[in-house]
Design a protein around this ligand. Structure first.
Ligand code: SF4
Length: 505
């Protein structure tokens, strides 16, 4: 028995979820210095910076999607791994109970949420023995939005805008560029990629994710890979994707590449895309007590670099104030690029709610409504509820449903992140509705715009998937798809495709 092991792992989970590591903060500071504050990317970064500070100050989740907890554990020979696994599970359940992790473990067939982050395959735990007399536990929390942007290429392969990627480092370079371009803002750019050259389909993805445990400022010991990493970082930001895909100078904050042997017949390039909310930390533990002897990636004695300047998110005075429910006239007056401040009732709805609305009437009147793609972290308080983290989720998952939901029920504004497709754009035009892009991952910032939780419907879908009835005040977002057929996402994607072709040539 290790009497302090549970507490140590719990501390690791809480710190990882709430306090971005110094190397990621430093990379985001560089991004902030690159993007002029008056641009959409600059404004988004100022919200992100404020959010990072808020999360650390209040020990709240940086992003409401606390992801798939993935532990990498190294133990001395002979250590009781069975007991450690049990205590890691207990610590994950306790962190979930305390609201530091969102319940994220869902039965893949029934859709039922376990409510504890425990279930078959969750959390992920990889154990390895080493010949040192101490225990190392590393943790990464990688959310669904960026996880969905992972990519695996079987080369040789023909890539749009880049041509053929061969079984060479030049081919690998093309695959990485394609993966970043393809992610656009859907994985909450600026992100970082972990890459594996080789392996099989399974080990390739595992090794790619392992690269994300490297610090963003380290130097690859293999000079060939170091050169490739530098080359990617030197040119990828020319794509112009920018923060949240709004267009801008910084699209990627890190590229870490590893290599595994492969079968002669296979050549996989696996890319693990992580978002700006790049949450990973580690601890070294005393092998006899399980107590923390030191932290990895952070030095508790060094002051944390504050992200926001004193002003934080600055209003320009040009923001459009929207009070819901919204009229068609109000919505049709909006154009791509407008910054809005939404106040009034808003309803959350993501995958389960959208699928439900295809077959059932909505539990509330959605005429003129604001529909927020969000799976919040919600704490029970007495007879009521309090939202503790509430950033937007990736909207493109609702593309098969959104047009019908807008047309059938009269929704006037959809808030989400990453943008939506042609079908939704057509519905916005036909019905007089608008898509508002909030800043992905800014869960603490947006939680503070929610003044009350007025009710909840469809709670049988679990906390993240239920329809929460919220009242918001001055919720900032950017119009990225309007009712005139314009889409910033389409424009940035097309512009970055042209740059991709130039870089890849
Ligand atoms: S920052 Fe974006 S991609 Fe990352 S976990 Fe949060 S919502 Fe998902």
């Amino acid at each position: 028995m290790l009497p302090q092991f549970f507490d140590s792992v719990l501390s690791l989970v809480v710190k990882t979820s709430t306090d971005l590591p110094p190397d990621v903060r430093a990379a985001m500071k560089v991004a902030m210095s690159e993007e002029p504050p008056s641009t959409q990317s600059g404004q988004a970064l100022s919200i992100i910076a404020e959010n990072i500070d808020l999360a650390a100050d209040c020990e709240g989740a940086i992003c409401q999607d606390t992801g798939m907890p993935t532990f990498e554990v190294k133990t001395p020979i002979g250590a009781n791994q069975v007991e450690m696994k049990k205590q890691i599970r207990d610590a994950v359940a306790e962190a979930t109970r305390r609201g530091k992790l969102r319940p994220n473990s869902v039965d893949s067939i029934t859709g039922e949420n376990s409510g504890t982050n425990l279930g078959p395959g969750t959390p992920i735990m990889h154990f390895e023995q080493w010949e040192r007399d101490e225990i190392e536990v590393k943790l990464i929390l990688k959310g669904g939005g960026c996880e969905n942007m992972n990519a695996q290429y079987s080369v040789p392969v023909e890539l749009p805008n880049l041509g053929r990627a061969d079984r060479t480092l030049e081919g690998v370079r093309k695959c990485i560029l394609h993966a970043v371009w393809n992610a656009q803002g859907k994985g909450c750019a600026p992100g970082a990629v972990g890459v594996c050259i080789g392996g099989d389909r399974t080990s390739g993805y595992v090794h790619a994710k392992e690269q994300l445990f490297r610090t963003l400022d380290d130097l690859n010991p293999d000079p060939r890979l170091a050169e490739l990493e530098a080359s990617i970082m030197g040119e990828v930001n020319k794509l112009g994707i920018g923060t949240m895909g709004f267009g801008g100078r910084v699209s990627l904050i890190g590229c870490k590449i590893g290599v595994q042997n492969r079968l002669p017949a296979s050549f996989f390039v696996s890319v693990a895309y992580d978002c700006w909310a790049f949450r990973r930390l580690g601890v070294v533990l005393d092998a006899k007590t399980g107590g923390i002897t030191r932290w990895l990636y952070r030095d508790p004695a060094s002051p944390v670099l504050a992200m926001a300047d004193q002003a934080g998110f600055q209003r320009t005075g040009r923001e459009v104030v929207l009070q819901s429910p919204l009229s068609e006239e109000q919505v049709r007056s909006l154009n791509v690029g407008d910054v809005v401040l939404v106040s009034g009732p808003a309803y959350t709805g993501r995958d389960a709610v959208h699928a439900y609305l295809m077959k059932h009437d909505p539990p509330v009147d959605l005429r003129g409504a604001v529909l927020y793609h969000c799976g919040p972290v919600v704490a029970k308080e007495g007879d009521g509820w309090r939202v503790t983290a509430a950033g937007p989720t990736t909207s493109i998952r609702e593309e098969p449903y959104q047009a019908d939901v807008i047309k059938r029920y009269g929704v006037r504004a959809v808030i989400g992140k990453g943008g939506m497709g042609a079908k939704t754009l057509a519905a916005l035009k036909e019905s007089g509705a608008v898509y508002l892009n909030a800043i992905g991952g800014a869960a603490q910032f947006y939680a503070r715009t929610i003044t009350s939780v007025d009710g909840v419907s469809l709670m049988e879908f679990g906390t993240p998937e239920a329809m929460w009835h919220l009242t918001v005040k001055d919720f900032p977002a950017i119009v990225t798809m309007d009712s005139h057929g314009n889409s910033l996402h389409r424009d940035v994607e097309q512009g970055s495709a042209r740059e991709l072709a130039i870089i890849g040539a």
